[in-house]
Design a protein around this ligand. Structure first.
Ligand code: 16G
Ligand code: ZN
Length: 528
């Protein structure tokens, strides 16, 4: 480690004194102007992590669904996963070290994690379309270079595309080619194979309208066009040519306001979806003939996908264990439908993709989705090999189903929830089953629900257990919530401190919108 060089470069990316930031659920996130030193230091950290794991590490510059003025950064671990928790702590220490302490912190991390500093390091970097992202990604590169790391800058990618690249690079190309062309080749091949099998559905001209949140998704969907000659027409809205990133549009806006995005013209019963700013979240929606808006969120996406996978397994005749992973935000109707009608086991984890992802890895097939549209499906290596082998060997109906499942496996991005890949999976399933968006929506009816955020002096006084469904502290809060919940039908409520904002979140659902609203409000009063 060349301490003199690090000091010199670090002075160029000086930390504003007193600024304290934390590596949260989705990395660092704040106003872009406060992030230069963080980017430089995450370049340093990525090199250490790469040396320690002897693998390629990813650094993504994005603030997802947050306003255009914000930015953020997160590291991607060797198998395309979120950074390991002990390294999140190192990230926070490194980010908050005052200039003179920077070496000591770097050496401390290296020592604690037994990093062999002589090893080579390789880091891949990508960014979203925010005006601040290019310069900030240069600061990451500066950090990588000063520690002698090699790097490849992918430039503009969606977050899940970077996860995919990292995964490909660390599995010797077995998962796919680590290029944007490799990504689109893999997805389009699987999609075209699938839709060929769907030709009997009679709907040759399938089309979907996509609200791209004025972000990277638009760019990448445009690039994707040349890979599909038929099968699906994707019409882009909020493509960034006029509107502002995530402003009155995108998956987060649509989900939290329960209304269509601006900048999109919607005819009745047309199938529409929204990506978020870095295209790792997707929700579907439509307006019915009476003009009523219908949201199809992550829970209903998980239901469609897991039902389809279960049907295919039945046809193939393989008894594989399949699990669906949700969070406390999952609508009670979805959980009930999955457990009671579909007979699929459902598990609940804490909020944040990494928790769902890890739980999903325990199954032969793990489908995970947050209600907000973040999710994917994971298939164990053994399942993938077996299914693809059956698809080759069998010529009968079972073989046909195995081929279909094999293509579905290839169509999912198993490194991370991916709006583009999820959209193609959903479009393929709807085509194969000949389902309209209304028929999909009608699988079950969401319980009316309400989310509120409450500003408190210190959100850390609230701690939770049971996957955030029960409050442990402050004393008496859970009892108060229980008493309120008892007063409503089909009701449920919980509170949790946000991992990304300085607020406490309140969620309530009940048999009517008025009751859900009232319950959420009463619970929010109990939080004070
Ligand atoms: C982050 C998480 C998302 C979660 C959200 C909750 C990742 C990549 N993103 O955006 O999954 O739903 O935080 O935010 O893990 P909250 O803690 O503020 O409610
Ligand atoms: Zn996102």
């Amino acid at each position: 480690m060349d301490l003199v060089a690090i000091t010199k470069r670090s002075a160029v990316h000086a930390k504003p004194s007193g600024l304290v930031l934390q590596y949260g659920t989705a990395g660092f996130r704040t106003k872009a102007e406060h992030l230069d030193h963080i980017m430089f230091r995450m370049g340093l950290l990525a090199v250490l992590r790469s040396k320690q794991t002897n693998s390629t590490i990813g650094v993504m510059v994005t603030a997802s669904h947050n306003p255009e003025e914000d930015n953020g950064v997160k590291l991607v671990d060797p198998l395309g996963e979120m950074l390991a928790p002990s390294w999140e702590e190192h990230a926070t220490c490194l980010a908050n070290a005052e200039e003179p302490d920077l070496h000591r912190v770097l050496l401390d991390i290296s020592e604690k994690e037994a990093v062999d500093l002589q090893r080579d390091a390789f880091v891949v970097i990508a960014r979203d379309t925010r005006p601040s992202s290019e310069k900030l990604s240069q600061s990451v590169i500066d950090g990588v270079m000063v520690l002698g790391g090699q790097f490849h800058d992918y430039g503009l990618l969606t977050t899940p595309q970077l996860h995919y690249m990292v995964y490909c690079r660390n599995t010797d190309g077995q998962y796919g080619k680590a290029t944007i062309d490799g990504y689109f080749q893999k997805l389009s091949k699987a999609f075209v194979q699938l839709t060929k099998q769907a030709s009997y559905s009679g709907d040759e001209n399938r089309s979907v309208k996509v609200d791209c949140a004025n972000g990277i998704g638009a760019l990448k969907l445009k690039e994707m066009e040349s890979y599909f000659s038929q099968g699906l027409t994707v019409r882009l809205f909020n493509d960034g040519s006029t509107g502002k990133l995530n402003h009155f549009c995108g998956a987060d806006f649509v989900k939290s306001h329960q209304k269509p995005p601006q900048g999109m013209e919607i005819k009745s019963n047309e199938r529409c979806c929204s990506f978020d700013g870095d295209a790792d979240r997707i929700v579907y929606f439509y307006c019915d003939a009476g003009g009523h808006f219908h949201l199809i969120d992550g829970d209903k996406i998980a239901t469609l996908i897991s039902s389809f996978l279960k049907e295919l397994l039945l046809e193939i005749g393989e008894n594989l264990n399949i699990g669906v992973i949700q969070t406390a935000y999952a609508n009670g109707s979805s959980t009930r439908y999955l457990e009671e009608v579909m007979k699929v086991p459902v598990y609940c984890t804490k909020t944040g993709v990494k928790h769902l992802h890890h739980k999903a890895q325990e199954f032969d097939i793990g489908v995970y989705f947050e209600a907000n549209g973040h999710g994917t499906a994971l298939f164990s290596k053994a399942v993938e090999v077996k299914i693809k082998q059956l698809g080759k060997e069998l010529e009968d109906e079972r073989g046909k189903a195995a081929k279909m499942l094999g293509n579905i496996i290839d169509l999912f991005n198993q490194a991370a929830g991916d709006a583009i890949s999820d959209m193609l999976v959903i479009e393929a399933i709807l085509a194969l089953k000949g389902l309209t968006v209304q028929q999909w929506d009608a699988l079950y009816t969401d319980l009316p629900n309400r989310q509120l955020k409450v500003k408190v002096a210190d959100r850390r006084v609230i701690s939770t257990t049971d996957a955030e469904r029960q409050a442990v502290t402050p004393p008496g809060l859970q009892e108060a919530i229980n008493d309120l919940v008892k007063q409503y039908k089909l009701s449920r409520a919980f509170v949790r401190p946000s991992g990304t904002e300085d607020v406490v979140r309140v969620y309530a659902e009940a048999d009517s919108q008025e009751s859900a609203d009232r319950l959420a409000y009463e619970v929010s009063l109990a939080v004070f």
